[in-house]
Design a binder for this molecule. Structure first.
Ligand code: SF4
Ligand code: SF4
Length: 89
């Protein structure tokens, strides 16, 4: 795994100099990261526009709270099942 570069990175290059393993590079007008990245997180602190995130901190592509909603659906499903048992439906 490597650091994740978000879509709004303007490739300013500020993060390049702090990387201890030289995993970051600017290619054309895009920032790239190679497999040498050790996920130390140093570049995150350097980014002025918060366009770097560690994979474990990457927001899920689904809307926030979807997991919660799913859990509540699961609970509701269980309740329906239990109610069915009680009422004999
Ligand atoms: S997380 Fe660390 S190793 Fe990975 S690109 Fe950033 S500074 Fe380099
Ligand atoms: S410091 Fe931030 S905006 Fe600049 S190149 Fe790195 S990730 Fe992109």
């Amino acid at each position: 795994m490597t650091i994740r570069i978000l879509d709004n990175c303007p490739a300013c290059g500020a993060c390049l100099m702090v990387c201890p393993v030289k995993a970051l590079a600017i290619s054309g007008s895009k920032l790239t990261v190679n497999e040498s990245c050790i996920e130390c997180g140093l570049c995150i602190q350097q980014c002025p526009v918060q366009q770097l995130v560690l994979p474990k901190d990457t927001p899920s592509p689904s809307p926030a709270g979807k997991g919660k909603g799913k859990r509540s659906e699961d609970i509701q499903a269980k309740e329906v099942k239990n109610n069915a048992k009680v009422t004999g439906v």
